[in-house]
Design a protein around this ligand. Structure first.
Ligand SMILES: [Zn+2]
Length: 150
């Protein structure tokens, strides 16, 4: 059983369940090679309810991670928000017990992590320091450049 297992019996009785959970981030199953280290519990805030055929979870999800900036490689904290996480499952086959939304939640969170991350939000906060390592076309030497002029 994973972390976010919702006791559904109350739902089937017609109740909405309010979620306000701080979940241990180990269910994200991150490994060292993901370069993504959970920096806080995953906060799930929302509701779970039933219709005749579906059980539905709607929630706002926030999490934070420590990871290296794609530009300067400095480790920083990235806040992730899934403002409208939604997951549903057919009531059939889920008559009793617990509903595990962990795997779906994991996917919703990880898909929000950008491929290129910048330590200062939209830009790298250390851009001035690393700018000198970038190619500057104005300072390039004229003439033969063996790897360019093939
Ligand atoms: Zn940076």
């Amino acid at each position: 059983m994973s972390v976010l297992c919702i006791p559904v019996d109350r739902c089937f009785a017609g109740e909405s369940i309010l979620l306000d959970e701080q979940i241990d981030p180990s269910f994200l199953e991150l490994t060292e090679k993901d370069e993504l280290v959970p920096a806080s519990p995953v906060h799930v805030c929302g509701t779970v309810y039933c219709t005749d055929e579906w059980i539905i979870a709607n929630a706002r999800v926030t999490a934070s991670f420590r990871l290296p900036c794609s530009a300067c490689n400095e480790i920083f904290t990235l806040q992730i928000e899934v403002p409208a996480f939604s997951h549903q499952e057919a009531v059939e086959g889920l008559k009793r017990g617990f509903w595990d939304v962990g795997p779906s939640l994991r996917e919703a969170i990880l898909v929000e992590v950008p491929f290129f991350v910048r330590c200062g939000g939209s830009a790298c906060a250390h851009m001035d320091d690393i700018q000198k390592y970038f190619r500057d076309p104005e300072k390039e030497i004229d003439g033969h450049q063996p790897f360019r002029d093939l």
